[in-house]
Ligand binder design. Structure first.
Ligand SMILES: C[S@@+](CC[C@H](N)C(=O)[O-])C[C@H]1O[C@@H](n2cnc3c(N)ncnc32)[C@H](O)[C@@H]1O
Length: 137
């Protein structure tokens, strides 16, 4: 049953491709969003890096969760996309920082490291694997 649900969710055009968060498309399974909020509440990350921004819904979701748990203003959400959408560029939450480029480009990774607080963070790594932990060196 789980594989069948997974396949249906992935292939139907009225599931993950139709979801929005506060008006921004969010290409996620709502079950994952439940788990993300549990992780963010428990871990209280100093930063979150998401590679693969698309329309920006997940970035806004992460940023507003940080707002809700009253994370310090230094807690940031970094979004990386190879082509940054106009919708994502319209995000105005001050925690959100956008970077356009290839998420495996080492020069871009260095640029991102430079804006991260020196503390443990959490990375939602969309193009390859989900939920990798990444600490700046
Ligand atoms: C499924 S969408 C991301 C959905 C988004 N995380 C969300 O929750 O709404 C995948 C995104 O990854 C981006 N992408 C693909 N390859 C990439 C790469 N090498 N570096 C950065 N972004 C990439 C695409 O441009 C696309 O916007």
């Amino acid at each position: 049953m789980v594989p069948a649900f997974h396949r249906y969710w992935y292939e139907a055009d009225d599931t993950w491709l139709a979801n929005t968060y506060l008006g921004y498309e969010i290409f996620q399974c709502p079950l994952d969003l439940q788990l993300y909020q549990e992780l963010i509440f428990r871990l209280r990350p100093d930063f979150i890096v998401q590679t693969g921004v698309a329309q920006g819904g997940s970035l806004l979701y992460f940023a507003t969760l940080l707002d809700l748990i009253e994370a310090p203003p230094t807690a940031v959400v970094v979004g990386v996309d190879i082509v940054m959408s106009e919708k994502a560029r319209s995000l105005s939450n001050p925690r959100i920082k956008l970077f356009e480029g290839d998420s495996v480009d080492v020069r871009l990774i260095d640029e991102i490291r430079a804006v991260l607080p020196r503390a443990a963070g959490w990375c939602a790594w969309t193009p390859t694997t989900a939920g990798d932990t990444w600490r700046p060196s």
